[in-house]
Design a protein around this ligand. Structure first.
Ligand SMILES: *Cc1c(COP(=O)(O)O)cnc(C)c1O
Length: 716
């Protein structure tokens, strides 16, 4: 009691005493640890500074603190309640950083000396820090957050892009208009480490600045060549665009990520014991370590490789051939020759290491091949993908049977707190164990979802759907305003979608194998499903295709044009500029998550792991993670895994299965209500989804698998 009184006194004494500059500094410091990106109380604190400005700035707290009106900060500096809340979240962050996490509690001193350097070309931490294009980045971002929560000793290496991926505007005819607004690094949650590195990229020495993004306990070092010391515009442009430019830009970026990344770790004093290449983009990293052994320690090349391989983990992410970087011999030489001028390693040796057929001297440098030859620990990202990868790299390994190919799998996951709607917390606080947010790889707080009463689960689901519908209306009106729409159009959009209708979401990169327009295969049948007044069904689409992927762009256009057909109007929405915010809204708000890739092209997919956190239900082809997730009661499988040789046949078969499921299973269950208005049979499927998916497909479980199966063996 005495303590509380004392505290109160301090607060009141300081009421007019918190100088605005000191408040600004405290808020700025808080914003610099990206833990806020998965902590709703910190997000609410920032939003309360100026809710409209916060939204206008994409919920970026650094920009918010920099741009907040002085009179608002002055008022808050004298607002005891605000200062108490600020103190609360500051203390909570300190507690988070200091508390002894799972890794430290469960490993020996020798194991605690492990330090993983995790390399990736993209990281998706938050929509306000847009250094990502899609699933690979989202997975990498979630990987860092779980590593932080679990205390897995890990640091990250990536690039800091001036223009990121593109911002998507959808034209009235459904065409894509990409724009590239530059990011002002002063407004991003990063700090300058004060370190720069230098490396040969082509004929010139290129300088890169090393930035730090602090993700909870995990530091992410990001390289940026847009630096005045680089006199050549080409060099400054290396880190301008994520997956932009031609193959030459790509090899420059990958030299920077791999070779530059290793140098950056040395510059900041990070002593790693394990290298994790998240995708082949970073395969030059182990090469640089090998080069140091050869040139510094005077080891022969093969010995140096044998020294590095046991400590390298390589995760491959796609069975799609275009997803594997290949550089033709001429281009590869142009960059390897200068890099290796003073080295004992020759360009021919590296070309051989990166060749899919070393006897053929014209073979391009394949980054996946190089990564495979530089790593003893390799994995695909789902059980099925492991199998597909072993098949794909069988010849490469000279194995007669694909089961002998040394590639395993760690199934992907999602970081629960990143994807869980803050509005759902109260239900879980009430019904799950008190420590349901506590991160360990094996904890399954969702097992207790069984005890959430039907009506409460249904109310939560309905509330999140309403939130999504309002968001979709607002988002569509913003787009209409930009295009100069009149009052009638805006009024029509305020009626877009129905807050109570069965809502199906489809959002992902518009790569063609994902078949976004598949649902439109039989228009008549779909229209009857959508327009059934007794049980209406509605769709929300979002997604970007790579600017150079004309097929993907055409798919988007097709979906937009379909949504404008009179029979669908108001029941199919397309949201432009799919990002993490839209991802959160859709995966928390939709009743059904639709996924219909052409099997077996989806390595894992992770978006379908997000809806079950909110009782959303998957309707998916048995591809990627779904064959592991589907148990016959927690969602729906499209087809039976049958693979046709003709795609047209496959499309008709798969679409037919979707219509059948909607007509015979899903719609009847969703609309059959009890006296209390609750669809009992549907809630049963929801609950089974919520009970069975989140723990198994969380990045906490995934990190546990990496630690035991890959990181610790690589640490040695
Ligand atoms: C989850 C997510 C992804 C990954 O989705 P896939 O299922 O792998 O296609 C991509 N982008 C965003 C914005 C996401 O939230």
């Amino acid at each position: 009691m005495a303590k509380t009184t004392k505290k109160k006194k301090t607060t009141s004494r300081r009421r007019a005493g918190e100088p605005v500059q000191s408040l600004r500094d405290r808020l700025h410091n808080l914003a610099l640890n990206l833990r806020w990106s998965w902590d709703p109380p910190t997000q609410r604190l920032f939003a309360s500074i100026d809710p409209d400005l916060n939204d206008a700035l994409n919920r970026n707290p650094v920009a918010l603190v920099n741009h907040a009106a002085p009179h608002r900060l002055e008022r808050l500096a004298g607002d005891a309640d605000f200062l108490t809340r600020l103190k609360g979240v500051e203390q909570d962050l300190q507690r988070y950083l200091k508390h002894k996490p799972w890794y430290a509690r469960n490993h020996t001193p020798k194991q605690r000396k492990m330090r993983v350097a995790y390399f990736c070309a993209e990281f998706a931490i938050h929509e306000a820090f847009p250094m990502y294009s899609g699933g690979l980045g989202v997975l990498a971002g979630d990987h860092l957050k779980s590593a932080s929560d679990l205390g897995v000793p890990l640091c990250a290496v990536g690039l800091l892009y001036r223009y990121g991926y593109y911002k998507q505007e959808i034209k009235p005819d459904g065409g894509t208009h990409p724009t590239y607004p530059p990011y002002d690094f002063d407004q991003l949650p990063i700090t300058d480490t004060g370190k720069t590195i230098k490396l040969k990229i082509g004929r010139r020495d290129v300088v890169a600045k090393v930035w730090l993004a602090q993700v909870g306990r995990v530091p992410a070092y990001l390289l940026d060549t847009d630096h005045p010391r680089n006199k050549n515009a080409e060099d400054r442009a290396i880190t301008h665009y994520l997956y932009g430019g031609d193959n030459e830009t790509r090899i420059r970026q990958e030299m920077l990520l791999g070779v530059g990344g290793v140098k950056a770790l040395e510059a900041v004093g990070e002593d790693f014991t394990v290298l994790h290449l998240n995708e082949g983009h970073a395969a030059f990293a182990p090469l640089e370590v090998v080069r140091q052994h050869v040139d510094g320690d005077k080891l022969p090349l093969d010995e140096a490789i044998e020294l590095v391989k046991p400590h390298t983990v390589f995760t491959t992410h796609t069975p799609v051939p275009a997803g594997h970087d290949r550089f033709d011999v001429k281009l590869a030489r142009k960059y390897l020759n200068p890099y290796l001028t003073r080295s004992k390693i020759t360009t021919n040796q590296v070309l051989k290491l990166g060749s899919e057929a070393p006897s053929d001297r014209a073979m391009p440098l394949c980054m996946t091949a190089l990564a495979l030859r530089m790593s003893d620990h390799r994995n695909g990202v789902a059980k099925l993908h492991g199998k597909v990868s072993r098949q794909m790299w069988k010849e490469f390994h000279g194995c007669a049977k694909s089961k002998d190919v040394p590639i395993g799998h760690v199934t992907n996951g999602v970081h629960p707190q990143t994807w869980l709607a803050p509005e759902a917390y109260p239900v879980y606080d009430k019904h799950l164990k008190a420590d349901w947010l506590n991160a360990t790889p094996t904890a399954d707080p969702w097992a207790k979802a069984k005890s959430i009463p039907d009506d409460e689960l249904w109310q939560t689901r309905s509330m999140l759907r309403r939130r999504l519908v309002r968001f979709a209306r607002n988002h569509s009106q913003q787009r209409a305003l930009r295009m100069g729409a009149g009052a009638a159009e805006l009024a029509r959009l305020s009626d877009l979608l129905d807050e109570n209708a069965l809502t199906i979401g489809f959002a992902r990169r518009f790569a063609t194998y994902k078949r976004a327009p598949l649902i439109f295969t039989d228009l008549k049948r779909l229209m009857a499903i959508v327009a059934d007044d007794a049980g209406p069904v509605q769709f929300i689409f979002a997604g970007k295709a790579h600017p150079a992927d004309t097929g993907g762009q055409a798919y988007l256009q097709q979906v937009v044009q379909m949504s404008q057909k009179p029979g669908f109007k108001g029941r199919i929405a397309v949201l432009e500029n799919y990002d993490m915010q839209i991802g959160r809204m859709l995966t928390s708000g939709c009743d059904i998550w639709l996924n219909n890739p052409l099997r077996p092209n989806e390595a894992s997919g992770t978006s379908g792991m997000k809806p079950p956190l909110h009782g959303g239900v998957n309707l998916s082809i048995l591809d990627g993670w779904w064959p592991e997730g589907y148990n016959g009661k927690n969602g729906y499988a499209i087809g039976d895994g049958r693979e046709y040789t003709s795609q047209a046949k496959q499309d008709r078969y798969d679409a037919g299965c979707i219509y059948d499921l909607l007509e015979n299973e899903i719609v009847p269950k969703f609309y059959k209500r009890g006296k209390d208005g609750v669809p009992k049979r549907w809630v049963k499927v929801m609950r089974e989804s919520m009970r069975s998916v989140p723990a198994q497909f969380s990045t906490h479980r995934m990190l546990g698998d990496y630690v035991s199966g890959y990181y610790l063996p690589a640490h040695g």
